[in-house]
Design a protein around this ligand. Structure first.
Ligand code: HSE
Length: 402
C-alpha cells in the first residue's frame, strides 16, 4: 500500500481525493499497489466531510510518518509550498504538484533535491491542467530536437477571446461573463496580463532546453488592450486572435514570448476555443504534434496530479530522470525576430504608411475614421521604430512568424 498526504484541501486538493476515490479500482490496478489518502493538511477543519478524520494542521505529522511516501502539493504559491516540498524530498518522500508558480521558480532545485534523495518531484498538472504534456516531453519526445513549442496555455483568456470573436462583445463584458461562469478570478490580472501563460511556457521551455528559462526574461503582453474592432479586422482578414505562449529555437538561439497573435486557418491552434488549451510541438524528425484538452478545472487538474502519484507508486525510491538543470538559459531579445504585423491607423495616413513600411496590404473592416494594413516581414525593432514614426498609428497585433 502507498499512503499519501494531500497538502491543501482546496479545489485541486479535494479533486485529488475525489479522483482517488472515484477511480480507486483502476488506479490501484495500474499502480500495482493500493493508494490511500492518509492525511490532508489544511489550516481549516472540515466538519461533516467524509475525510474529516484525516485533516491535520501540522506538516510535521506528515513528514515524520514513515508510512507516507508520496505528497500531493496542491497549495499553490511559493511559500510554504517550497519549504514543505523541500522538507518532504529531503525525507525521501516524492512530491506531485499542480503548483506552476513554484515549478517555474524552483523546478530545477526541486528536481535535483529529489534526485539526491532517490525520490521524485513530478509536475504534470502544472501546465495545461489535465493535458498530458510534461510526460510526453520527458518520455515520448526525448528522441527529438524540439524546434518550437507554441500553445494556448490559459483557459480564462481563451474564453474571453472566444466570446469577443463569436459574440462581438468587448473585453470588459467578456471578462465579466468569464467571472460569472467561474472561469476568471475576482482579480484576473495574472491571466489577462499573460503572467500565468508566461510561467507555463517558462516550464515547457526549461524542459525543451534542459536548462532554466526564467519567466522574468520572457517578453509578455496580455489581452487587455484588444478591442471589438480588432476582431472585425481579424474576421475580414480570415484570421483568429489568440494569446500564444511560445518558445522557438533558431540556429541554437532561443526566443520566447507571450502575446496576442493573429493566426490563420493553417495553424491548428486557430480552432481551440472557450476554456480549452492546446500545445503545438514541432520536432526535427517527428514534425508537428498537438496536445489538446481542459487546461484547468478541479477534476482534470487533479487527474494529472494522481497520474503522477501512480508514477511515484510504480517507481518507489527510483528517481525518474528529468533533465532540467539550474544553469540559466539566456534568451535572445525579441528585437531581432521577424514577422508581419497587422496595424490600425487613422484615415488619411495611407501614403505615409506605404512610405514607411513599403508593400502593405490595406484592409477596410468598416470602422469609421480608420483603416488597417498588414506589413511585409519586418523585425520587431524595425517595426517599433517605423510605427513610432507613423502619425496616425492606433494599435498593432503581431501575425504568425513566417
Ligand atoms: N487561470 C488558469 C487558466 C488556471 O485560466 O488557465 C489554470 O492554470
Amino acid at each position: 500500500m502507498v499512503s499519501i498526504a494531500v497538502l491543501g484541501y482546496g479545489t485541486v486538493g479535494s479533486g485529488v481525493v475525489e479522483v482517488i476515490e472515484k477511480n480507486r479500482e483502476v488506479i490501484d490496478r495500474r499502480a500495482g499497489k493500493k493508494i490511500r489518502v492518509k492525511y490532508i493538511l489544511d489550516l481549516r477543519d472540515f466538519p461533516g466531510d467524509p475525510y474529516e478524520d484525516r485533516i491535520v494542521h501540522d506538516i510535521n505529522v506528515i513528514l515524520q510518518d514513515p508510512e507516507v511516501s508520496v505528497i500531493c502539493e496542491t497549495m499553490g504559491g511559493n511559500e510554504p509550498a517550497f519549504t514543505y516540498s523541500m522538507q518532504a524530498l529531503r525525507a525521501g518522500k516524492s512530491v506531485c504538484t499542480s503548483n506552476k508558480e513554484l515549478v517555474a521558480n524552483h523546478g530545477a532545485e526541486l528536481i535535483r533535491t529529489a534526485r539526491e534523495n532517490s525520490c521524485n518531484y513530478l509536475f504534470e498538472a502544472s501546465v495545461g491542467g489535465g493535458i498530458p504534456i510534461i510526460r510526453p516531453l520527458n518520455v515520448a519526445l526525448t528522441a527529438e530536437r524540439i524546434e518550437l513549442i507554441s500553445g494556448i496555455l490559459n483557459g480564462t483568456t481563451n474564453y474571453i477571446l472566444t466570446r469577443m470573436a463569436e459574440d462581438g462583445s468587448d473585453f470588459a463584458s467578456s471578462l465579466r461573463e468569464a467571472q460569472e461562469k467561474g472561469y476568471a478570478e475576482r482579480n484576473p490580472e495574472a491571466d489577462v496580463e499573460g503572467y500565468d501563460a508566461c510561467r507555463k511556457i517558462a516550464i515547457l521551455a526549461s524542459l525543451m532546453t534542459g536548462k532554466t528559462v526564467r519567466y522574468e526574461e520572457i517578453y509578455t503582453e496580455g489581452i487587455t488592450k484588444l478591442t471589438h474592432e480588432d476582431f472585425l479586422y481579424a474576421k475580414k482578414l480570415g484570421q483568429y486572435i489568440k494569446l500564444l505562449a511560445s518558445v522557438r529555437e533558431v540556429d541554437g538561439n532561443y526566443y520566447a514570448m507571450v502575446a496576442p497573435f493573429m493566426i490563420g486557418e493553417k495553424n491548428p491552434l486557430h480552432s481551440v476555443n472557450d476554456v480549452f488549451n492546446a500545445i503545438f510541438i514541432r520536432g526535427n524528425t517527428l514534425g508537428d504534434s498537438m496536445y489538446y484538452g481542459r487546461g484547468a478545472g478541479k477534476l482534470p487538474t487533479a487527474s494529472a496530479v494522481v497520474s503522477d502519484v501512480i508514477d511515484c507508486a510504480k517507481h518507489g525510491r527510483t528517481h525518474i530522470l528529468c533533465l532540467w538543470e539550474e544553469e540559466k538559459l539566456p534568451l535572445c531579445s525579441i528585437d531581432g525576430a521577424s514577422r508581419k504585423f497587422f496595424v490600425r491607423a487613422s484615415q488619411g495616413c495611407e501614403e505615409e504608411a506605404k512610405e514607411l513600411f513599403g508593400e502593405i496590404e490595406l484592409t477596410d473592416a468598416g470602422v469609421a475614421g480608420e483603416f488597417g494594413f498588414v506589413t511585409p516581414l519586418i523585425t520587431e525593432k524595425e517595426f517599433a521604430e517605423k510605427s513610432a514614426a507613423l502619425s496616425g498609428f492606433i494599435s498593432r497585433i503581431r501575425m504568425e512568424e513566417a
